[in-house]
Design a protein around this ligand. Structure first.
Ligand code: FE2
Length: 488
């Protein structure tokens, strides 16, 4: 029988690019175009954040990470879903809306029109609040890693303003977009706590760890200095440690200062240096910081970490061989995926006694944006739900949902190729769940065939088919992170 050769590409660049068109409209409506049925026990709100504008009044951005944050909220109640999207009205967003033109450079390379002279010595940072959104205590917060969070009204997503977390953040402090929730924190009497970090750059960089109780009140705050520039986007926790991977990067700010390059384009990956793995004790006095070394690699996101015993710790991360440099001369829309280093899931084993780190590849497929059962953050776990490529080995845009069983090594994949492009999945445990994968997986998918986005719901136990597909009336540009909150 003649074998039909699978097309080498599961996507077209022009389809993929359409998902990066700006979404100018803010809307709210009950979603009425639904395939399948929304589970009746799915109750609460999925919040998503990501760049909503990929241009500022007609000036295209050099990198999507520079786009103004737009929040989407999907509120589930009794088998229905209400959708709402609104921009985070940051000070800079409002100024640019009023001026009708771009007033700020973007950290990732977007320059004001007018060449280097127009950007010379303009060191102002635009807080775009576009990376994550999280409900904690009684606050809904839009997060961006180089500034204070913005507080939003959870009822209608209206922006309340910059938030210093009840005086915890001082002027100039930053709060990362990747907090971790410890569901049974020994520092909060076994109740949930929110742990996060912020980094102040310098010749020596200062990592500050914050831990809050379930009401948003600070429990502990402590700092550690590490040599060199720190490009650390995410971290992991275990019951006893905060663990940060200091990617081997150097930073030369001069092209940024002189208006020639964006700050993000001044980063260099140095594969002659190791990745430093910094373990900061969560226990007071937080002094016995352990620093280990692994071969060079670049990590944006971790899946999870856990302690096997007092001496052995496991960290699962999406690791790239190198940081793909931002090309200042080409638009991100012209990307050649074959030339980019693929992100793959690796397991790092840290031995605190021997100070040795080993790593092994968990799965060959290119993946990003992991999600796990929230009760297992910092603890041994079995299942990962993650955005994945359609092709089993080649680099490409994310077009599929992958479920990985770390115990049996089995995997299940649902692909939206060739026309669909996925975002981060969010795993929501069912009420009275009967296992770690017994929950709903929510995923926003861009459908290039109709130039609109769908919110797709899977049953975590079996992702061979969606349970429901909710068609929005418009597209949502590719987003970054989000979270689920059970209050309606
Ligand atoms: Fe991230």
């Amino acid at each position: 029988m003649q074998q039909l050769e699978k097309p080498s590409l599961s996507y077209s660049l022009s389809d993929w690019r359409q998902g990066y068109e700006s979404q100018y409209q803010e809307r709210e409506y009950l979603i009425d175009d639904i395939e399948g049925e929304i589970p009746l026990d799915l109750s609460g709100t999925l919040y998503r954040n990501g760049p909503g504008l990929l241009d500022v009044h007609g000036t295209p951005l050099q990198h999507p990470f520079d786009g103004d944050g737009m929040i989407c909220a999907f509120t589930f109640d009794n088998g229905s879903c209400f959708f709402r999207n609104r921009f985070v009205q940051t000070k800079e967003y409002l100024e640019e809306q009023k001026a009708g033109k771009m007033l700020y450079r973007g950290v990732f390379g977007s320059q004001k029109p007018g060449g280097w002279l127009a950007n010379l010595f303009d060191m102002r940072i635009k807080n775009i609040a576009n990376t994550n959104v999280l409900y904690w205590g009684d606050k809904l917060l839009a997060l961006w890693e180089a500034a204070h969070p913005y507080r939003l009204n959870p009822e209608n997503l209206a922006t309340i303003g910059l938030d210093d977390l009840d005086g915890v953040l001082q002027k100039g402090d930053v709060f990362s977009a990747h907090p971790r929730i410890d569901r049974t924190s020994q520092f909060n009497h076994g109740k949930p706590s929110l742990v996060n970090f912020g980094i102040k750059q310098g010749v020596s960089s200062t990592i500050t760890i914050y831990e809050f109780d379930e009401l948003g009140k600070i429990i502990q705050k402590y700092s550690h200095e590490t040599k060199g520039f720190c490009f650390i986007h995410d971290f992991v926790i275990t019951p006893n440690y905060c663990i940060l991977f200091q990617n081997p990067t150097t930073y030369n700010p001069l092209p940024f200062i002189f208006g020639l390059r964006g700050a993000g384009e001044c980063l260099d990956f140095d594969n002659s240096k190791p990745t430093k793995i910094i373990l900061i004790p969560r226990n007071t006095p937080h002094e016995k910081v352990i620093t280990l070394e692994a071969s060079a690699g670049f990590i944006f996101h971790h899946s999870n970490a856990f302690e096997i015993n007092r001496e052995e710790i496991v960290v699962d991360s999406i690791c790239y061989e190198q940081l793909s440099q931002i090309d200042p001369d080409n638009s991100y829309k012209e990307v050649d995926f074959d030339k980019l280093a693929p992100g793959q899931l690796w397991r790092f084993k840290l031995n605190l006694a021997t100070q040795k780190v080993t790593k092994e590849l968990i799965n060959q497929r290119c993946v990003e944006f992991p999600s796990i059962h929230p009760d297992n953050v910092g603890r041994d776990y079995r299942y990962i739900f993650i955005g994945a490529t359609d092709h089993p080995t080649k680099n490409a845009p994310l077009q599929a949902l992958l479920k990985l069983d770390l115990e049996t090594k089995q995997e299940q994949l649902y692909s939206f190729a060739p026309k669909g492009f996925v975002s981060e999945p969010v795993f929501v445990p069912k009420n009275n769940a009967s296992g770690e994968d017994d929950g709903w997986v929510l995923m926003l998918v861009y459908d290039s065939r109709h130039h609109r986005s769908d919110l797709v719901i899977f049953d975590g136990k079996d992702i061979s088919q969606p349970v429901a597909t909710l068609h929005l009336k418009q597209h949502i540009p590719y987003g970054l992170h989000g979270s689920f909150h059970s209050a309606k």
